[in-house]
Write a protein that binds this ligand. Sequence first.
Ligand code: GDP
Length: 598
Amino acid sequence: MSAENTRNFCIIAHVDHGKTTLSDRLLEHTNQVSARVLTDQHLDSMDLEKERGITIKSHPVTMTYPAKDGKVYKLNLMDTPGHVDFSYEVSRSLAACEGAVLLIDAAQGVEAQTVANAHLAVGQRLKIIPVINKIDLPSANLELCLKQLEDILTIPAEEAILASGKAGIGIEEILEAVVHRVPPPRWTDYPQARALVFDSLYDAYRGVIAYVRVFSGTLKSGDMMLLMSNGLRSEIKEVGIFTPKMEKVDALGAGDTGYIVSNVKDTSEIKTGDTITLSRHPATQMLPGYKEVRPMVFCGLYPVDTSDYEKLKAALGRLRLNDAAFVYSSESSVALGFGFRCGFLGLLHMEIIQERIRREHDVDIISTYPSVVYRVVKHGGEVIEVDNPINLPDPGTITEIQEPTIKAAIHIPNDAMGDILALVMEKRGVVDHTDTLDATRVMLTCILPLNEILVDFNDRLKSITHGYGSMDYELGEYRTADLVKMEILINGDPVDAFASIVHRDKAEGKGRELCEKLAEIIPPQMFKVAIQAAIGGKVIARDNVKEMRKDVTAKCYGGDISRKRKLLDKQKEGKKKMKQFGRVSIPSDAFIKVLKTN
Ligand code: GDP
């Protein structure tokens, strides 16, 4: 089939607007998957993705569609991850397409991710096919959706297709629109072979499987491929397409989407966004848009049971193979023992990895408070990056500390405006401007420090707006802020796992909160134990652990010696898991409890 009859497209939507249901319906319509196999939704495969209703890994699929014009078309549907943490992955999936079906839930209207995704798609010069979905719902408000389409997205309402993935309405119309509105593959006559890597997967037997969109030339097994970002050469072992399962083919040509198996064994060597060319006639120019993805959020991960250390290490190694955006290195903590410093794209990415360690690898872990990557300008101009508060240099050597910011688009009902403005202010944000979406909703564009949205911003947004608010963000620039390292001291000794970098104005409140929590959770001690929060040696908050005479045998009456002995033995055993802070020993699970209550 020639590239003329190929269409590469994706479906973009706010979470829950029906992307998975519609994708499955398209597959079913093109007989790609029998209705029997379709009992479960097909494109989202990881359990976690299903639970959270998000797509993490992109699974493309090739369909064959006999259109009404009598020609048979090859339609490659790319799946895009739906969350801001993965915005680079989204942008690479979009770069592999010429068109995008933009879904809008007829009952919900345009949401933050709809706008963000539409902007990304327009930025990639994709043809947009607007689809108002779920029109079977009694609460569907077509008029409002069409108006929002014009007002917010500046897309003519007459271009919209009315559909329902669930009820099977408008499916044929969408497929026809893909064939006739989406242009055929671009850049096919570039003189050398070029393929865009938009994702990769690690397979224990076959090594790294790169998901590619071929723009020009032909790739087949036996060819020596060249990765343009790092100059790595490797022999192609197999090429194929997704139907949606992997199916070997002889060659991938211009306009095709499929996979490549080579000798490469580590996903970090085939990066999303890289261009594959052929070693014998290499392209001189990469496909546009490649960038190194860097983790933005870091935390320490420790096994709750220290004997799980090796198991955790193995789990991280395996997760890393499948996810080049996740990084880790070993670290140790006085309070928590041996563990790992881990870097993630964002908060959701962090949660997903932690959940997978717990569920798929069965290791109980505890994480320290997340931290962003700070830029520290030292006297003399040297700039260093700090992702762990304990590595912050001596304040006397620092000229300034800069923190990453985000530009957030927050969609809210009008009546939540006051509370949301207060929340944004509390989080040290500023509102850049507001746009009216319709009679009941507004969009705030805000600049916020990334650090401030790490913990509870999204939850509070949802609770203030009773679930109707939504947010999307992109990373902004680094900005100077009055930031300080706050330490928590137990009888004068710092507890490394609780060190944090905070804004000076917030240090006291946060310090007090932590001291209180620790004082409550640390079991009563034989003598007075002070818990203090301090900045550069100056105490800003304090609390005391309760004092108590510890007599574990008091409960035993009479002369039941064996029972007494047992209790004493038990206590001895418990002691082994104690951490020593000066004269004070504290069970390590107290730290774990404090970290868990956040
Ligand atoms: P995604 O998060 O965008 O992939 O959305 P899903 O396809 O998982 O759908 C989210 C929810 O909306 C599910 O409960 C679906 O059953 C429901 N849904 C999807 N499409 C339709 C539709 O056309 N009509 C109705 N009434 N519900 C739908």
